[in-house]
Design a protein around this ligand. Structure first.
Ligand SMILES: [Ca+2]
Length: 96
């Protein structure tokens, strides 16, 4: 499937978990409300993060508490916490 990265909205600088969830939802390609590793990788790639595939793997490993390979439900908050502490998301990165 094709992803047009520049069509995506940037992540706001002061991002709440609700905003983070809404931002991630646009990468939920199959619309099931859950984020797979591939969908997460596209989200990170849209931020022009280096090693997006590797960071997606690390983020999923950290957030996927029940090890079903998807970020869903309460795991979204875990992913949010991971992004804030490990990806160091800043406005300067998100405007790239
Ligand atoms: Ca899971």
């Amino acid at each position: 499937m094709a992803f047009m990265r520049y069509d995506y909205r940037a992540l706001p600088q002061e991002t709440t978990v609700e905003e983070f969830r809404a931002w991630l939802a646009q990468f939920d390609a199959d619309g099931d409300g859950r984020i797979s590793r591939e969908e997460l990788r596209e989200a990170l790639r849209s931020l022009d993060l280096w090693f997006a595939w590797w960071k997606a793997r690390e983020a999923l490993r950290d957030a996927d508490a029940n090890r079903n390979g998807l970020v869903d439900g309460d795991e979204m908050a875990r992913l949010y916490a991971f992004a804030r502490t490990n990806l160091h998301l800043k406005a300067a990165d998100l405007d790239a």
